[in-house]
Design a protein around this ligand. Sequence first.
Ligand code: GAR
Length: 197
Amino acid sequence: MVRIAIFASGNGSNAENIIRYFKNHPSIEVGLVVSNNPHAYVHERAKGLGIDSFTFTKAEFEDGYSVLELLKRYTIDFIVLAGFMLKIPRSLLDAFPDKIVNIHPALLPKHGGKGMYGDRVHRAVIESGETESGITVHYINENYDEGDIIFQATCLLSSDDTYREVAEKVHKLEYEFYPVVIEKVITRSFHLDDETK
Ligand code: GAR
């Protein structure tokens, strides 16, 4: 089994969707949810789905070692960021090379970077007069939203779309594609196809 840890800071609707997708999967499972916010709704979702969840402070995340200890204890192989707001420290990048992915709710390289998350991204997209938005799944490196792009999907915007309507269109894409892309990346990265040959 390849075991995933999901890092999430807020609502956790993507986290829930991913947990549900991999329930009963033959070779991939979600083992853990990690957050920087003890009040994040993602903890309730994890609990309801029988997945352990933990909170670390910003300082603990920056240092990375206590997070790493927990990931080892849960034998985690792969990290999925789903609405996670903090930077991933060097210690985690080194321990999980090319094994940390993120989803950004717009078409990178536009509308990314520090402070660009959730509704802020959708507002920026509208303010720029974009006619389309979408999702970007990418690997994580030491800079916000700059790792290699794995997958993008787009949605059309109307000139009168509110940021909530844009968010809804983007969430739809996230729910449809993020679990499938994660599955593909893990299958390739851990050579899961070979096991069935
Ligand atoms: C998602 O739209 C995700 O793409 C975004 O936060 C939202 C979390 O929603 N991530 C970022 O903006 C990262 N820069 P959720 O908590 O309901 O899954």
